[in-house]
Write a protein that binds this ligand. Structure first.
Ligand code: TYM
Length: 338
């Protein structure tokens, strides 16, 4: 049986979104709306797995509204693609519990993101942080979603979701019940790196704000951050091979290519033999042209939080109408008496 194509993706409402979230995921979501039905989630239940989201209800609610506004400002159309927060669709948690019993400890022990996020004191991390990828599998499979547009850092979690789907289908004797969701990791910037250190991923949790461009930064801030971005001493190379061992140069070229929607080689050719200052100048103009209008639209949307809440409520209702019959079938398959 082939499953009907359906996109599901999400972002955590922790701090503000940055250029990595935009180029690695959000920009692709906007395009995928043209290709198949989509659902976009704000994963507030994931946000409480760590201190940033846990125990700060007002900030969490505000961050959820901001992420919703960013989705819409970037081009997600909530009439076409429901936008909702995970906490309003209880089927995610219901399926996650069942998946906690499907997934094996050994599988979760291999998850590199838990190791990175829990740091040196694993015993102090929440149980939720450990089982985070299981909830993510439930987010996707509770809708039988087939395509999941994400950045490269989510690849391992997607592999786990595929393993959980296959084991559920096998163990409960329901071949092909859940699809094997495909990661869609695409574009020139699937892993945007820090502007301060080309070996580190651009991240919401980096303590240096100069390491990332936030979707709330104004034109001057964007220009300043790009001007101060780390570089090396060489001229820009004329081939992809010439970028090897030059992570900062590669990162700026990738960002340029993704924002300009041009093949990487064209961007390399354009800047071959030039100084970093030339690349930085043109990148600033491009980033400001692409990002500042999004920031402006976000501000307008956030001025009316009631409307954002209405969009989320409507999205949750539409999401539930897909998830409820699937959960009914899951419960039947598992043996929960109705
Ligand atoms: P999160 O909130 O960390 O990131 C949201 C999306 O942005 C991508 N991303 C990046 N892409 C390129 N370069 C970067 N530096 C960069 N940083 C982040 C992420 O890959 C992601 O696509 N676990 C997910 C949220 C989630 C989810 C889901 C995603 C929960 N359930 C179901 C898809 C489907 C996360 O923490 O993303």
């Amino acid at each position: 049986m082939t499953h009907a194509p359906l996109v599901l993706s999400g972002m955590q409402p922790t701090n503000t979104l940055h250029l990595g979230n935009y180029l690695g995921a959000l920009k692709n979501w906007v395009r995928m709306q043209e290709e198949m039905p989509c659902l976009f989630c704000v994963v507030d239940m994931h946000a409480i797995t760590q201190d940033v989201g846990y125990g700060h209800p007002a900030e969490l609610a505000q961050a959820t509204r901001e992420v919703t506004a960013a989705y819409i400002a970037a081009g997600v159309d909530p009439r076409r693609s429901p936008i909702f927060n995970q906490g309003q669709v209880p089927e995610h948690a219901e399926l996650a519990w069942i998946f906690n019993c499907v997934a094996r400890l050994g599988w979760l022990d291999r998850m590199t993101q838990f190791k990175e996020k829990s740091g040196k004191h694993k015993e102090r991390a929440s149980v939720g942080l450990y089982t985070y990828p299981v909830l993510m599998a439930a987010d996707i499979l509770v809708y039988k979603a087939t395509h999941v547009p994400v950045g490269e850092d989510q690849k391992q979690h997607l592999e786990l979701a595929r393993d959980i789907a296959a084991k559920f289908n096998n163990d409960f004797g329901v071949p092909d019940f859940f699809p094997q969701p495909e990661p869609v990791i695409t574009g020139a910037a699937t892993r945007v790196m820090s502007l301060r250190d080309g070996s580190k991923k651009m991240s919401k949790s980096d303590e240096s704000d100069a390491s990332r461009i936030n979707l709330t930064d104004d034109a001057d801030t964007i220009a300043n951050k790009i001007r101060r971005a780390k570089t090396d001493a060489g001229e820009l190379p004329d081939s992809e091979k010439g970028l090897e061992g030059r992570p900062e140069a590669e990162n700026l070229i990738n960002i340029f290519a993704a924002l300009a929607e041009k093949p990487k080689q064209d961007v390399i050719n354009h800047f071959a033999g030039q100084m970093f200052s030339t690349l930085k100048g043109q990148l600033t103009d491009l980033a400001v042209a692409k990002l500042v209008p999004i920031t402006g639209r976000m501000k307008v949307l956030l001025a009316d939080p009631g409307e954002i809440d209405r969009i989320l409520k409507d999205g949750a209702l539409r999401a539930r109408s897909i998830a409820t019959p699937i959960m009914d079938d899951v419960k039947k398959a598992v043996g929960f008496v109705a």
